[in-house]
Design a protein around this ligand. Structure first.
Ligand code: MLT
Length: 211
């Protein structure tokens, strides 16, 4: 059921207490229902928390404002990343769950990357599908202390420059994250390989439920 509580419209699907919860973050024009099937596929039985981005671009929900495709309003991005971190903290208390693993696609992957850099305690790990570097300038001080991060890029992606994804992988690794970055033979859209890679990585990472 969709609710407006806790500051962001969202859905929560309870799951097994021994499975790390997933925070599902949709792409531009999506909503809180979009990634639930993907979440159920890659982490069967896990609790799923799925907010809707609060920014509207021509009626399409997003997690932060952009000035043009790939050009972000960084002040808004920072504000929204803090809002998302506050939402996650409130949801953890309300639903009695541990720190979630973020699973974000496109715009959702970008807000997840920004939140990792600004509020590293928010996520136990992250799966970033077609992400790019969210900030032009280095964020000082983030300590990701071995946090597991999977990045899946599309070799044929017309939206995300390869150098931007590589720069994000580098930035996260320098902050201490355990980054695995794979390039799939895909475009910007998700493929079956994304599902298989994400599912296998979540199994390998074995992130505890109460992180
Ligand atoms: C973004 O705006 O976050 C990226 O350009 C990806 C997108 O949403 O198209």
């Amino acid at each position: 059921m969709t609710t407006r509580d806790l500051g962001l419209i969202h859905r929560f699907e309870p799951g097994a207490p021994d499975r790390a919860p997933l925070l599902l973050l949709h792409g531009t024009g999506g909503d809180e229902g979009d990634l639930l099937p993907l979440g159920r596929m890659v982490a069967p039985g896990a609790p799923l928390l799925s907010p809707r981005g609060a920014v509207l671009e021509n009626g399409m929900p997003r997690f932060f404002r952009r000035l043009a495709e790939g050009v972000f309003d960084e002040a808004d991005l920072r504000r929204r990343a803090h809002e998302l971190a506050d939402f996650v903290a409130a949801a953890r208390t309300a639903y009695g769950i541990g720190a979630p693993v973020a699973l974000g696609f496109s715009n959702g992957a970008n807000i997840a990357a920004a939140t990792l850099l600004l509020r590293p305690e928010t996520f136990a790990g992250a799966v970033l599908l077609r992400p790019m570097l969210p900030f032009g300038e280095a964020e000082a001080g983030a300590d990701l202390a071995g946090r597991p991060v999977l990045m899946l890029s599309g070799a044929l992606d017309p939206i995300v420059p390869e150098a931007s994804a590589a720069a994000l992988a580098d930035r996260l690794a320098r902050a201490g994250a355990a980054v695995e970055h794979r390039r799939l033979p895909a475009g910007h859209g998700l493929s079956q390989a994304d599902v298989a890679e994400a599912q296998a990585w979540l199994g390998r990472a074995a992130i505890p439920a109460a992180a």
